[in-house]
Design a protein around this ligand. Structure first.
Ligand code: NAD
Ligand code: SER
Length: 320
C-alpha cells in the first residue's frame, strides 16, 4: 500500500477532531499531521500550530513533512461569519488559495475541501434541493464556499489537481462541540437533555434543515477520497444527505428517553440564515458516482448521542 502523508488544517474543530482520528487509524498516527490556529499540548499524534492564512508557514510544513494529501477544514462558519463578514471572507478564501497553490507547486496529489448546504441561498426549491440550482447564498460563509467550490474546479481543470468536495449538512456528533454555525443547536440540545436541563433553541420549532450524524459525515469523507478518480464527475462539490429534521422532532425523539425534556424557542438572526437553506437534499449524484448511502436517521442518532454523552458526563469529560 502507498503511504500518504496527510495534512489536516482546522484539525481542532468539530469535524477535524473526529476526522483526524479516523485518518490516523487509516494511514498511521505518524503519517497524519494535525494543524490548527490553536495549539494543543496533549494531542495524541503529530500536531503543528499553523495559521492557514500564512502561505510561507503552510509551505514550510508541506515540505517538512513531505505532504501528499491535504484535508482543508479551517474556516469560519455561517453564524460566526455574519459577525465579521470581511474577516470571514479573508480567512475562508486565503486559506483555500494557499492550499491550492501549495498543492500545485509541491507534491500534493489530492485535496479534500468541505463545502456546505450554505451555498444555496433563497432562490432554490427548498425540498429535495438539486445538485446544480442557481447558487445565491445569503451569508458571507456561503459566498466563500461557492467561490471555493469554483476555485477547486478551476485547479482541477487547469492544473489537474485531484480535489474532491462534499456539501455537508449540519454535522451532529458527541465527540466535539460545534464552532459557530446555524445548525449548532442540534448538538447543544443533547447536552442539555442529558443534564436534565431545559433547552433554549435559537430556531423555530418547525425549521427543517439537512443534518448528518458525524459517523456518516466522516465515512462520506473517507469514501469520496478513496473513490477511483474517474468516478468523481463533479469537481465543484457533491450534495450529500443524512436526514431532514426540525428542533421539534429532535425534542420528541429525546423525550423517548427523557419524557420531561422541554425546549423553549427564541429565534434570533440565525433563523433568517436557516430559512435560506434547503430543508432536504437530493444527493443522487453522490449515490451514483461513489455509492454514497447514509446509515443514521434521527432515532438511531438520538440513541447513540444520549448513550455516549451520558457516559462522558458520568466520567466528567463533557466540555460544556
Ligand atoms: P469548526 O469551527 O468547529 O472548526 C474550524 C477550525 O478551524 C477551528 O479549530 C479553528 O481554530 C480553525 N481555524 C480557523 N481559522 C484558522 C486559520 N486561519 N488557520 C488555521 N486554522 C483555523 O468547524 P467544523 O465544524 O469542524 O468544520 C470543518 C469544515 O467543515 C469547515 O470548512 C466547515 O465549513 C465545513 N462544514 C462544517 C459543517 C458542520 O456542521 N460542522 C457543515 C458544513 C460544512
Ligand atoms: N453547519 C454549518 C453552519 O451552520 C453549515 O455549513 O454553518
Amino acid at each position: 500500500m502507498i503511504i500518504e502523508k496527510i495534512l489536516v488544517t482546522g484539525a481542532c474543530g468539530q469535524l477535524g477532531n473526529v476526522l483526524t482520528s479516523k485518518l490516523q487509524e487509516k494511514w498511521g498516527t505518524n503519517n497524519v499531521i494535525a494543524s490548527d490556529l490553536r495549539s494543543l499540548t496533549d494531542f495524541n499524534g503529530v500536531f503543528e500550530t499553523l495559521d492557514a492564512t500564512d502561505y510561507d508557514a503552510m509551505e514550510a510544513l508541506v515540505i517538512k513533512h513531505d505532504i501528499t494529501q491535504i484535508y482543508h477544514l479551517a474556516a469560519i462558519l455561517s453564524a460566526k461569519g455574519e459577525k465579521e463578514p470581511l474577516d470571514t471572507w479573508n480567512v475562508n478564501m486565503k486559506t483555500l488559495l494557499n492550499v491550492l497553490e501549495v498543492s500545485r507547486l509541491h507534491k500534493v496529489k489530492k485535496v479534500f475541501y468541505p463545502s456546505s448546504i450554505a451555498v444555496f441561498g433563497d432562490k432554490i426549491e427548498r425540498v429535495n434541493t438539486s445538485q446544480s440550482p442557481n447558487l445565491t447564498p445569503t451569508t458571507v460563509y456561503g459566498m466563500s464556499k461557492v467561490a471555493g467550490e469554483n476555485w477547486g474546479n478551476y485547479y482541477h481543470h487547469k492544473y489537474g489537481l485531484d480535489i474532491r468536495s462534499i456539501r455537508y449538512p449540519g454535522i451532529i456528533g458527541h465527540q466535539s462541540l460545534p464552532g459557530g454555525g446555524t445548525t449548532d443547536y442540534a448538538v447543544y440540545i443533547y447536552h442539555k437533555a442529558i443534564k436534565n436541563e431545559q433547552f433554549e433553541c435559537f430556531l423555530k420549532p418547525k425549521t427543517f434543515l439537512p443534518m448528518i450524524y458525524i459517523d456518516d459525515a466522516v465515512r462520506a469523507t473517507i469514501e469520496i477520497m478513496d473513490a477511483p478518480k474517474e468516478k468523481i464527475t463533479i469537481r465543484t462539490s457533491y450534495n450529500i444527505s443524512g436526514m431532514s429534521i426540525s428542533p421539534e422532532q429532535m425534542v420528541t425523539s429525546i423525550k423517548n428517553t427523557y419524557p420531561d425534556f422541554k425546549a423553549v424557542y427564541n429565534p434570533d438572526y440565525r433563523q433568517n440564515i436557516a430559512d435560506s437553506w434547503p430543508m432536504s437534499i437530493d444527493d443522487s449524484a453522490a449515490r451514483t458516482d461513489w455509492n454514497w448511502m447514509p446509515k443514521y436517521l434521527l432515532e438511531d442518532m438520538t440513541k447513540e448521542m444520549i448513550e455516549k454523552l451520558k457516559h462522558k458526563h458520568s466520567l466528567k469529560e463533557i466540555q460544556l
